[in-house]
Write a protein that binds this ligand. Structure first.
Ligand code: PNS
Length: 172
């Protein structure tokens, strides 16, 4: 049984789309486009977690996202966070967390996170969105690996991101 009450009315529906975005891919952009249509405000939030040894700094990742999003989505904001995702969501007045799910292999990790987040803050719901099938195999990790090994990443990331990978000294 659900142990909390849903709000009777709400002024504004806010969702967080959290992730590492190291770097942003066309799959992420597809998710942002889909998610932005569902809510009043969508906050794309980058985790500040240096222990993951990211290729790009948080500032670089925000700057890439800003560049590729341009002014296409007036209800999308960029932010970053430390600590628990659900605390950040609560601080921002978000009742939803959006996560992308690609294949069944994503399911276990996402299920664990969802249930943990629900335990921490039951009033925040995680919603899974599926990117278009053309993006279902893309991950930031694979993009970096393929680029480093000289493969083509055309169509997988925006041009601006490909240029940044080159500038970051990732060998092609
Ligand atoms: O794109 P990613 O790297 O899969 O995103 C993972 C992310 C940032 C959503 C996740 O690591 C996260 O929410 N970290 C914040 C710390 C937290 O809240 N941990 C408990 C969640 S179960």
């Amino acid at each position: 049984m659900i142990q909390f009450e849903l709000p009777q009315s709400r002024n504004s529906l806010v969702a967080i789309y959290p992730g590492s975005f190291d770097p942003v891919t066309n799959g992420h952009l597809d998710l942002i486009a889909r998610g932005s249509r569902l809510v009043d405000r969508l906050i794309v939030a980058i985790l500040r977690n240096e222990s993951k040894q990211p290729l790009f700094s948080v500032d670089e990742r925000i700057s890439m996202l800003r560049e590729v999003l341009g002014d296409q989505f007036p209800n999308v904001e960029l932010d970053c966070f430390n600590g628990l995702l659900v605390d950040f969501a609560a601080e921002k007045g978000a009742s939803l967390i959006f996560r992308g799910i690609r294949a069944i292999s994503d399911y276990e990790y996402e299920l664990q996170m969802t249930l943990m987040n629900r335990r921490l803050r039951p009033e925040i719901e995680t919603v899974f969105l599926m990117a278009g099938e053309a993006y279902s195999f893309i991950s930031s990790k694979l993009v970096k690996e393929v680029f480093r090994l000289g493969g083509s990443i055309s169509g997988l990331v925006p041009q601006a991101v490909e240029a940044r990978l080159q500038n970051a000294g990732v060998k092609k």
